[in-house]
Design a protein around this ligand. Sequence first.
Ligand code: HEC
Ligand code: HEC
Ligand code: HEC
Ligand code: HEC
Ligand code: HEC
Length: 452
Amino acid sequence: MKNLIRLLSLLTLAGFILTSCEGPIGPAGKDANETCKDCHNSAGIDSVKTMFELSKHSYGEAAFGESGTVGCAPCHTAEGFKSVVANNTSTVFSIVAPATTYSNPYTSAIDKSYGEMRCTMCHNKLHTGYTKDDFNTFTTVAAVPMTFFGGAKTIDLQQDGAKSNLCIKCHQPRPFTRTFGDKNVIDYTALVSSPTTVFFDGANPTSTANVNTIRPGYRTHPHYGTVGAIYAGKGGVEFGTGYTNSQHTTVASCVDCHMAPVTGRTGGHTFFAKGNFNGCNVAGCHAAAPITSSTTTAYWAATRTEIKGLLNSLAAKLTIGGVDILNRNPVSAEKSYVNYDYNFDGTAEDFLAGVNLWAGLTNNNYDGYLNIYDPNTNPLGTAQNAKQFQNPAPSGLNAAQTAYNLTLPKLVLTNAQFGAIINFQLCLRDYSLGIHNTKYVRTLLTNSLAAI
Ligand code: HEC
Ligand code: HEC
Ligand code: HEC
Ligand code: HEC
Ligand code: HEC
């Protein structure tokens, strides 16, 4: 309906422009009407717009919910995204006086932090040349200094016109920051170099014996868009050696698989890869042994089974006294569609009452959150986990909940365990069970298992 209204207003407006302007708006040699029709016709952008309705960029509610929030808008809103691109906003943490601790500068301008994701978010040169060439220039394809590392590492995938960089600018993990002290991004390399150092001690939750600490909660996580980091082979806590990348990192681009020829409700401008195998076989990529369905063994079923097994094993090892460190949640996004509540009124159900976007990717349906008691942000957690860990910094608990919290075991983590947790989160939330970058994920998970 929203799009119908938009189209009607478009036609009215286009008609108005054409009848009220002197001469054509488009390039010389074609009258304006013809120029407009190059794109504004049913086979042209109209069909792309119809596909785009099936893209979560369009139907997802986060653009609406995160409008107005400068820390979220760079990746969740159209104007916020264009703002960080135009300002070349830094991802390097800095101390801004009068503050004495670090803060994350990766925010959009307050007067530009809004807007549903639309065509012009990625195609920012529309209505400049008035030719189809307008679609070949993107808002950005520049290298992406990663916010996860506070800018210390950069992703730059040059193949296919560097279009993957456009996606990765948003589809990248967010940084873990120290709870105390300077509040800088944590030193991920210390998790590797001093594996047995206590990272966090639930018996002494405000201790800063280790400056590089985070007091964990249910929502201690690298956010949702971990794909870019895994795909590029940059972003894990790299225990041990042997890291290499699969061919995809340098040969394929996000567009190849996510904008492959449409099949069902996938491909093209739906941006979904799930269920679309066209991308595997374009440009003769897997021509020798085509990957055609979810039952194709080599490079699909076998890979995914192997990586699922590694995730299951790592989760099984990330337990203390038989209690899972990782949170279980069997409620899949599809199943709970009708329960979506995105009114962002501060109630627990704002986060879809705990929908798990990664349900089914592990045997126990881990969602990448931590199994720490928090009845406000994770109301179903008590029912979904056999036992939870004590919340080291509870807020908003009533008397009964406070008393119950104190009966729960205290979480104690080593550096190696916290690094392994991060790697689990990154690999699970990559969605693809190793398809994006098999070699990197395999090594990250195998070495994590060896480190804890
Ligand atoms: C290169 C392709 C292309 C050409 C040529 C083109 N347009 Fe567009 N136009 C688009 C796209 C794509 C959109 C959709 C923008 C969106 O929904 O975010 C659009 C949107 C519009 C809108 C606004 C609709 C809205 O929902 O806000 C108007 C009005 C419009 N075009 C008029 C024209 C006129 C008049 C011409 C000819 C002078 C023209 N366009 C030529 C691609 C084109
Ligand atoms: C401005 C930031 C931004 C850019 C650029 C961007 N995305 Fe997204 N993408 C998002 C956000 C945010 C969501 C989730 C939206 C929501 O849930 O409301 C998303 C959702 C998706 C999804 C659906 C994920 C799911 O949970 O099912 C896919 C697939 C996707 N994007 C692929 C791409 C590809 C491929 C590109 C590059 C061509 C791209 N995106 C560019 C921010 C972006
Ligand atoms: C660096 C980019 C980035 C920033 C900054 C960011 N997000 Fe996201 N967020 C994403 C991407 C990308 C997705 C979708 C990932 C996917 O589904 O694959 C996402 C997904 C989400 C989702 C899940 C949407 C769904 O449909 O399930 C929520 C909720 C969310 N973000 C909230 C926030 C909030 C709140 C902030 C600010 C505190 C924020 N995000 C900041 C990139 C970002
Ligand atoms: C998240 C970023 C993104 C958004 C939003 C987006 N596009 Fe695109 N679009 C791309 C990319 C990337 C390509 C290049 C695809 C390729 O190289 O195969 C592209 C290609 C195109 C093309 C040329 C090839 C084709 O598929 O026909 C057209 C036309 C187009 N887009 C129209 C639109 C319209 C209309 C909208 C809004 C309804 C839109 N795009 C929204 C990223 C985006
Ligand atoms: C070689 C093909 C391929 C490439 C290249 C690729 N992906 Fe994927 N992607 C997949 C597959 C396969 C899945 C899992 C689909 C499923 O669950 O069946 C997936 C899943 C996803 C999802 C979850 C939603 C969905 O479509 O299922 C997101 C988001 C995503 N990829 C983003 C990206 C981004 C961003 C890039 C570029 C950095 C990228 N992908 C490159 C194949 C690819």
